[in-house]
Design a protein around this ligand. Sequence first.
Ligand SMILES: [Zn+2]
Ligand SMILES: [Zn+2]
Length: 241
Amino acid sequence: MTEITKGVYFIAGQDEAIPDSHVYILGDPASRDLSIVDAGLVGKGESKLQSLNGLGVEREDIKRVIMTHTHLDHIGCLREIKALMPWVEVWIHRDEAEPLEQGDERTVYGMDMFRSLCESQYGLRPGDFRLQVDRKLEDGETLEIGGMSWEVVHVPGHSCGSIALYNPDGKILIPGDVVYADYAIGRFDLHRADGAALKDSLKRLAELEVEVLLPGHNRIVKGLPQGYISDTLRQWESYLN
Ligand SMILES: [Zn+2]
Ligand SMILES: [Zn+2]
């Protein structure tokens, strides 16, 4: 686990045949009010939590898991984390929280073929991701957590309830799988994905002043060039409709 800046820590995903999302830890350790952003792939729960030891983080200080979205590579080990730390709350955007509470896991797997593959590979069963969501996030909220402010920006397109978290003080953006380094964007062919919505979401993110980009996969970028998200959008715009 590495410190990106004060109050923002990074545990790199360990991809297998299926990718494993990065995990970010948010909050000043002195606040004893820390948040995990995204959990990771099935089977990774214990190793993700072990990575916290490097920072000297007490598990008791982790208060919640905030999901950028609920694809399997992000939510896969949430249940393992909940089993190890039963007190943590789960915060998810309303549009993905409500289906999950009702046992609708189509967003988790994205497509039926992938679902059958994962069920056989990981022994997953229908209902494994049904859970009670403690807080349903909405666009425009500001989360005052761990001595920091994070704005919730609803950025549908890659999935219907994707959110980005934005910290204006540090100009830090955690966009989930909406935009990555190297002018890449999230796929938009899975359950309830929407290319036109993704275009609008990228437009919204392009309005933010971002210096540190912390995506769900691949490289993280400090010193992001000005206009990076607009430039990315320009490269993809003709595909997004
Ligand atoms: Zn995703
Ligand atoms: Zn992902």
